[in-house]
Design a protein around this ligand. Structure first.
Ligand code: IDP
Length: 138
């Protein structure tokens, strides 16, 4: 199995709640390596590219507003099977039901909003990882 890369975002809720270090350290502690790291304010154009598959869905506009609401920490993590490994550490999309022991399960919940504020993003395939890394680390 060759070394993979994945894009990890600590979303604005994770940054504003002071969970950036905790989140990144969980991923490092599992054994993955930080290859790139920066704090960034997204733009609407960047998010439209990043979330191209969700344009037009009911949660798209609230998702963009949420991702514009504060700084994001973007990272590239490296390691064998890091794409599925990170998604396993992150937990399932809905933080209310994400398993305890995962980032979303331990630190997230429903806040009664139109978008799931679920702390992190991780790429879902090698193709999307390379595409997303190109968007955030152009
Ligand atoms: P993922 O982040 O777990 O891969 P995606 O389906 O790619 O999930 O959705 C992107 C993001 O959009 C989610 O992380 C979440 O913040 C938000 N989202 C997805 N589905 C819903 C929904 O049904 N309602 C509200 N927000 C959603």
């Amino acid at each position: 199995m060759s070394v993979e890369r994945t894009l990890v975002l600590v979303k604005p809720d994770g940054v504003s709640r002071g969970l950036t270090g905790t989140i990144l350290s969980r991923v490092e502690a599992k054994g993955y390596t930080i290859a790139e790291l920066k704090r960034v304010h997204a733009t609407r154009e960047l998010l439209e590219e990043h979330y191209a598959e969700h344009v037009g869905k009911p949660f798209y506009e609230p998702l963009v507003e949420f991702m514009l609401s504060g700084p994001i920490v973007a990272a590239v993590f490296e390691g064998e099977r890091v794409i599925e490994g990170f998604r396993s550490v992150a937990g399932t999309t809905d933080p209310t039901t994400a398993a305890p022991g995962t980032i979303r399960g331990d630190f997230g919940r429903d806040w009664g909003l139109k978008v799931q504020q679920n702390l992190v993003h991780g790429s879902d395939s090698t193709e999307s990882a390379e595409r997303e890394i190109g968007i955030w680390f152009a």
